[in-house]
Design a protein around this ligand. Sequence first.
Ligand SMILES: [Zn+2]
Length: 95
Amino acid sequence: MDDARRRQLRAAYRNAEAAARAALMPISEEQLTALIGYVDERVVTDGCDHTTRFAELWAERNPVDWARLGAGLAEFGGYCDCEIVMNCAPEDVFR
Ligand SMILES: [Zn+2]
């Protein structure tokens, strides 16, 4: 196998992996932007208590199934509200 072919396979693998991860996020890019904006604002004013309370509130109001959304956010390292803001930016999820 030559280098070009190897590079091509690696790129295809990375793209497939990114697409598979993005598919785990049950909301659209616009919704994720709104969620991050909301959670960010609440974490700045009220702090993160190492739970996903603000993300869950957003899910309840919008309404999005929290079980699936919580699992999707965890897939990207968003295990609490401040981690959701840091790790689940739309440009990282839908790249
Ligand atoms: Zn936190």
